[in-house]
Design a protein around this ligand. Structure first.
Ligand code: FA5
Length: 340
């Protein structure tokens, strides 16, 4: 019996080695290990042996059964691998549904900058941009904020190390650059990134975006400023009833100067943490361009006058979509971004 098992092992392993297709392998498996297979027949014959022989021979037969089963599995994998290699490519199932990549889209701030540009283009403004790394002259001095003037403290500045440049604290420096290189009449809007050493909270970030508007002509006046701002802001937040509050404010580069607030998104004007209990959110600074600035850029203040404004883009988007924390714009959480 022992010899028979050894013979069967030699013959089975040799046959498995010679098989060339999975179909033949399956037939061989049945003839060896199936219900009527050779090894199964041998196992049935064990009962005729003495108990001592049965233990030894039984173990040999069971070991062989395991060895053959393992060899058959490996042979099958080898045959399949060879078949797919001979096709010259990995096997793939053409009936599976196709995989699609998730689509990306523009960040909500970029989308909104484009809406701002479209809105002002439709009001006959041009779009301009300027450098984010600025010099002291364009960010401060030309805007009537000389060195050591306390108004410099209104915008805590990030200065470059060892070189006389700074990260622009507002987009107003592009007013100066634009007027230096263009004659009146001027109508231009300037969206862009600005930087301040501000602490972070629900409505403040050290990096944020502003859009600056400037219009200069011989008769441009405050009523034009109020009209243009009201039309543009209502259109941008998609709310024809948006309430604007104009109150006086100080900026050295405008005279008179104004600040514009809109109803708080968090509480609809009742007072909450976002608006520091005032019911209003500060949105922008504006006013009539100071004669000093006009003179500095080479425009005659006796002939020309104009308005300028500078608004926080994130603040306006927060108002539009009732977003109560500015930090959401910078965290890049897809659950937030996918809503735009
Ligand atoms: C200015 O930056 C002036 N350059 C605006 C101006 C332009 C006045 C032209 C007159 C004529 P202010 O510092 O107030 O002003 O900032 C303007 C707006 O930017 C604010 O009303 C607010 O909406 C937004 N803002 C200011 N600081 C932050 C901040 N840290 N995070 C987010 N938004 C801010």
């Amino acid at each position: 019996m022992k010899q028979k098992i050894l013979d069967l092992r030699d013959q089975a392993l040799a046959s498995i080695k010679q098989v060339k297709s999975v179909e033949h392998l399956k037939e061989l498996e049945v003839s060896l290990l199936g219900k009527k297979g050779q090894l199964t027949a041998m196992l049935k014959g064990l009962k005729e042996l003495s108990e001592a022989d049965r233990r030894v021979v039984g173990k040999m037969a069971n070991d062989l059964k395991q060895e053959l089963a393992q060899t058959l599995v490996e042979k099958e994998q080898g045959l399949k691998r060879k078949a797919s290699q001979s096709l010259g490519q990995e096997f793939y199932d053409t009936s599976l549904p196709g995989r699609t990549e998730p689509y990306g889209h523009l960040h909500p701030i970029t989308q909104f900058i484009r809406e701002i540009e479209d809105t002002f283009l439709s009001l006959n403004f041009e779009v301009a941009e300027g450098p984010q790394i600025e010099d002291d002259y364009h960010n401060f001095t030309a805007l009537n904020i000389p060195k050591d003037h306390p108004a410099r403290d209104m915008q805590d500045t990030l200065w470059c190390k060892d070189i006389p440049y700074l990260l622009r604290t507002h987009t107003s420096c592009v007013q100066v650059r634009y007027m230096e290189s263009h004659d009146a009449p001027i109508r231009v809007v300037v969206p862009g990134r600005v930087f301040r050493k501000d602490d972070v909270d629900a409505t403040h970030s050290p990096m944020f975006h502003q859009f600056e508007g400037i219009m200069v002509d011989t008769t441009t006046n405050l009523s034009h400023l109020k009209g243009i701002l009201t039309i543009a802001l209502r259109r941008l937040v998609n709310n024809p009833q948006l309430e604007l509050r104009f109150r006086s404010g100080f900026f050295p580069f405008v005279e008179p100067g104004l600040e514009v607030d809109v109803t708080c998104v968090g509480c609809e004007g009742k007072g909450c943490n976002i608006c520091k209990k005032t019911g209003w959110l500060e949105l922008l600074g504006c006013g009539m361009v100071h004669p000093y600035v006009l003179k500095t850029v080479g425009l005659d203040p006796e002939k020309y006058q104009g308005f300028a404004f500078g608004a926080g883009i994130e603040r306006l988007l927060m108002i539009k979509h009732k977003i109560n924390d500015i930090r959401l714009f910078y965290e890049n959480d897809p659950r937030f971004l996918e809503q735009f």
